[in-house]
Design a protein around this ligand. Structure first.
Ligand SMILES: Nc1ncnc2c1ncn2[C@@H]1O[C@H](COP(=O)(O)OP(=O)(O)OP(=O)(O)O)[C@@H](O)[C@H]1O
Length: 446
């Protein structure tokens, strides 16, 4: 019998080793090892703990892998970044959705213009940053709104955000249904309205809230002019395939020219309303607009939009060179290229206005860039009559008196001037007739 000398450890029994082993060196080593393990309380306890720890670690790993697998198999996520169109639709939808549990809300205040012109304030409580739970068509969905440190909109410092929707894999089709519902809700909110877009860097952004549509009947142009332009636009919109088959860029340019206050812009707004289109206003005099950006924006209009280039003659005057000697802004040839368009299946309808068509370069006027020109002038006898009757529908007799007097003035009178006189006398057509002489003074403020 020999002791291993370690305090508390049992002695090693050499006879047992000899008896247990087959006499070989390996057999002896095995016997020794068995004895150390068998009789050693430290090894016994440590081994147990080791086995327990290993088993727990393996179990944990197993649970994690299984839950990961289950997550991937059973759960599905949808990420909507704030730069995507559906982002705002979704937040609006959530603000109206009744079956939700949200403890973090944020407010969005909008001014709404109604069809009668009045404006009211609307506050929407949209889901704030954090987690929200909703039940949609029987399925639970976890909504997580997250904000990153990156700035998405430098004009107002809006940070880049995402909304993540999580649900069971078997309910994934509900994402599509939910987003379509949100889109329909947004489209419905815009029904009867015209959205005005302006360019911001490389994208079009809505400018203010959608405006109540302007009724085409409220714009009085010379006899038949409105109908003629409307018919031309409608005909163009019907013929996409025709352009496509011939490889011609599917675009059409309209130029409305004439004195100030004759209704050019009002007509374009009313036409957009009639067609159920929105308007993209491009400011060609913007010093930050480059040829590339103009081209890109022209070819990437929001769907169902008319492009409006106002005062096109003024866009290339008063250009000053910057410190490096370069002229800022879009170049004339850049404008021509953008007007030429590309062979795309999306239509581009461009309306241009000017008070000075004589200042326009003939290169702009060529067909393909301007396909339809219309003079929108001062009020004709027809327009004076129509304007009067629009403000005072019953007063046919007074109307004739007014027309006779106005024509006798024998001076150019703009439709904006007529509107000013009628608005001032909104309750008294008689007074309007008496005040005809004031039309001699175009800058008269009533
Ligand atoms: N033909 C018209 N029919 C109805 N309203 C008109 C007409 N012309 C002008 N107005 C009224 O006058 C105002 C100015 O009109 P608008 O801005 O459309 O004129 P414009 O021809 O575009 O002027 P500018 O050339 O100065 O841009 C608007 O409030 C509009 O309602």
């Amino acid at each position: 019998m020999a002791s291993n000398g370690a305090g508390g450890l049992p002695p090693i029994d050499l006879d047992r080793i000899r008896n247990d082993s087959d006499g070989s060196v390996t057999g002896m080593a095995k016997g020794l090892f068995n004895q150390v393990i068998d009789g050693n309380p430290y090894f016994a306890a440590g081994g147990g703990l080791m086995i327990l720890g290993t088993s727990l670690a393996m179990l944990r790993k197993g649970v994690i892998s299984t839950s990961r697998l289950a997550y991937h198999q059973l759960i599905v996520d949808l990420e909507i970044p704030s730069k995507d169109k559906s982002y705002l639709w979704f937040l609006q939808w959530m603000s109206r959705y009744p079956q939700r549990s949200s403890r973090h809300l944020s407010v969005e205040t909008n001014f709404l213009q109604h069809n009668n012109g009045s404006v009211s304030t609307q506050m929407n409580f949209v889901p704030g940053v954090g987690n929200h739970l909703i039940r949609y068509k029987g399925a639970f969905m976890l909504i997580r709104r997250e904000r990153s440190g990156q700035i998405a909109n430098f004009s107002n410092g809006t940070p880049f955000e995402t909304v993540k929707l999580t649900t069971l894999y078997r309910d994934r089709h509900l994402f599509q249904e939910l987003l379509m519902e949100a889109k329909d809700m947004a489209v419905k909110a815009q029904t009867g309205k015209t959205v005005i877009f302006t360019s911001w860097a490389n994208e079009w952004r809505p400018f203010g809230q959608p405006k109540a549509k302007r009724n085409l009947k409220s714009v009085i142009l010379d006899n038949g002019l409105k109908e003629s332009i409307l018919e031309d636009v409608k005909d163009f919109l019907k013929n996409g395939q025709w352009y496509h088959d011939r490889g011609i860029p599917y675009r059409r340019g309209y130029l409305l020219y004439g004195p100030p206050g004759s209704g050019k812009t009002s007509f374009i707004q009313a036409l957009a309303g009639e067609l159920d289109y929105n308007i993209c206003i491009m400011n060609l005099a913007d010093p930050n607009l480059t040829d590339d950006r103009l081209n890109y924006l022209m070819n990437n209009l929001p769907e169902r939009s008319l492009m409006l280039l106002e005062d096109i003659d003024a866009a290339f005057v008063k250009r000053s060179k910057n410190d490096e000697g370069y002229v800022n802004g879009v170049t004339f040839s850049g404008l021509l290229n953008a007007l030429d368009g590309v062979a795309s299946s999306e239509e581009i309808i461009t309306f241009m206005t000017t008070n000075h068509p004589e200042k326009l370069d003939p290169a702009v006027m060529r067909p393909g860039r301007i396909d339809y020109k219309a003079y929108v002038g001062n009020a004709t006898e027809y327009q004076i009559r129509q304007m009067f009757l629009r403000f005072y529908p019953e007063e046919t007799e007074l109307c004739e008196q007014f027309v006779e007097k106005a024509v006798k003035l024998d001076i150019p009178v703009s439709t904006a001037q007529l509107q000013g006189l009628f608005v001032f006398n909104k309750h008294s057509p008689e007074n309007a007739v008496l005040m005809v002489e004031s039309l001699r003074y175009p800058n008269h403020v009533f």
